[in-house]
Design a binder for this molecule. Structure first.
Ligand code: G6P
Length: 489
């Protein structure tokens, strides 16, 4: 449920992200089913409860008729959400194409698509045009709902042109932009054909935010190297105009998880799961089925662990929740087949008539089911090849107050910078290292587990998404006041 309660901060916040926190499915001419969307961005944004917020974004559904558009707009209004309607062709070129086949892999160091060069160049241009067109449609909807004094907070790689298009319409708007993925080294950004236009469009924002200091540094150095602008400790300067660039590490709403695992029905569910897996240690992976999450590498590391540790064969189980995502993009379809193939092979190799070492699910769990699973886990295995932050690691820690399980975490996830002292950090590409870390985690003495958990628990409960939003918005307000003072001087 989207929690709606009176805000403590009266400044209105327009949160603009490609995906709304709820996604819609049509059930009749004018009837809609709304479900919580998946992904780290949504789970963090849901933790912002103390602002008078309006969400603007795509509801994940193609609606072409007026009845549908009106009824969906009305259904979403109850959740303080405003839809941006994108037609199927545009979604294909903008979302499947430019966002998820070009920017997403590039920002995660997986490079540009490798197909036939000419075909790629042609489709690249049409995808880039569609990207700009979609950003204009978002700007239309934001402008319609904007009231003077609102703070507009644009999110993620889908909306890099939005700051520019908004300021072109109304230069007085307060506009912040935040990236939820890594921002790669300037050497990677340099390969993108539209590298300069994208950077310039973002720089129109008053404040540009990233999860980690490294991403902010990469962005500033991309502006220096690609655009020839001056990087300062505060951001990027272009002809006397400063765009503030800074790191704002995101968090979750820990209370939501801590409260959930105290509910009687969840305690009951926890008990059932514990009985179900009695005598076996539980390892857990929860990821969108995305190539950046390193799922094949993780499973291969688990296989290596089983290979080298026959004593553990019937004493450990890996539960991998792989939430389907971006299923129209061919790379994601290939990944699904690859993961199924590896899981099948390993279960065939190490399973018995009654047990298998890997339970792999191609679906999401509801919130309560997920909390129960986090709570019974002995070792969480989060081995993203690259990840902006990775809030699954935070959610796991929030649910581990009594179990105090171990977190194995990729050093290439933003969260490694905040949970690094409590987690076992691994290079996900090094399967031997991950396999031996699994053994270390499973055998870790209670005292070390408790110490590590305590470190992470303190961090997760003291760096919440509400504080993250407050810091970003107050910095944005300050930046604008400072800029006005500079102009007056
Ligand atoms: C990541 C991105 C989000 C995105 C989410 C889910 O967390 O940073 O912007 O919403 O993945 O992906 P999807 O394509 O389904 O919105």
């Amino acid at each position: 449920e989207l929690r709606i309660r009176p805000p403590t901060n009266s400044q209105r916040l327009l949160v603009v992200a490609n995906r709304l926190p709820v996604s819609a499915t049509r059930k009749g001419d004018a009837s809609w089913q709304l479900e919580m969307s998946v992904g780290g961005l949504v789970s963090a944004l849901l933790g912002i409860t103390e602002f008078e917020t309006r969400w603007i974004g795509w509801a994940g559904v193609n609606v072409t008729d007026e009845i549908g558009k009106k009824s969906l707009t009305k259904a979403l209004a109850d959740k303080r959400c405003v839809p941006v309607f994108l037609d199927e062709d545009l979604v294909n070129l903008y979302y499947n194409g430019y966002c998820n086949n070009i920017l997403w892999p590039l920002f995660h160091y997986l490079g540009l698509p490798q197909e036939d060069r000419l075909a790629t160049t042609r489709s690249f241009q049409s995808q880039f045009d569609a990207y700009k067109k979609a950003n204009q449609l978002f700007a239309d909807v934001v402008s319609e709902h904007y009231i003077e004094g609102d703070v507009i907070w644009c999110h993620d790689y889908h909306l890099m042109f939005l700051p520019k298009y908004l300021k072109e319409r109304n230069n007085k708007m307060k506009v912040g932009w935040f990236l939820h993925t890594p921002f790669p080294s300037s050497e990677i950004q340099r390969t993108l054909p539209s590298r300069s236009e994208l950077l310039r469009a973002v720089l129109v924002a008053d404040l540009v935010g990233f999860h980690t200091y490294d991403y902010a540094r990469h962005f500033v150095s991309a502006c220096t190297r690609i655009l020839g602008l001056e990087g300062t400790p505060d951001g990027v300067e272009d002809q006397g105009k400063l765009t503030r660039v800074a790191a704002f590490p995101i968090g979750i709403d820990p209370g939501r998880f801590i409260r959930a695992i105290q509910l009687p029905q969840i305690k009951e569910h926890i008990k059932e799961l514990e009985e179900r897996f009695a005598g076996r240690k539980v390892m857990l992976g929860v990821d969108r089925l995305d190539m950046i999450k390193g799922i094949p590498q993780k499973i291969l590391a688990f296989e290596k662990f089983l290979e080298e540790n026959p004593d553990w064969h019937d004493k450990v189980v890996l539960l991998q929740i792989a939430v389907p995502t971006r299923t129209d993009v061919p790379e994601y379809q290939k990944l699904t087949c690859q993961v199924h193939e590896i899981v099948g092979r390993i279960n065939g190799r190490f399973g018995s008539l009654t047990t298998v070492p890997i339970h792999h699910l191609d679906r999401s769990l509801d919130f309560h089911g997920l909390c129960a699973l986090y709570a019974i886990t002995d070792v969480a295995l989060i081995t993203s090849l690259r990840d902006g932050m990775n809030l699954v690691s935070y959610e796991f820690v929030a649910c581990q107050a009594s179990k105090k399980g171990v977190l194995i975490l990729s050093e290439f996830a933003g969260a490694a910078q905040s949970l690094g002292a409590g987690a076992i950090l691994v290079n996900p590409w090094n399967i031997t290292e991950v396999a031996s870390s699994i053994g270390y985690a499973l055998n870790m003495p209670a005292e070390e587990r408790e110490k590590r958990h305590h470190h992470n628990f303190v961090h997760v409960t003291s760096h919440t998404s509400q504080e993250w939003a407050e810091t970003f918005v107050s910095e944005l307000n300050d930046t604008i006041v400072e800029a006005q003072l500079r102009i007056r001087q």
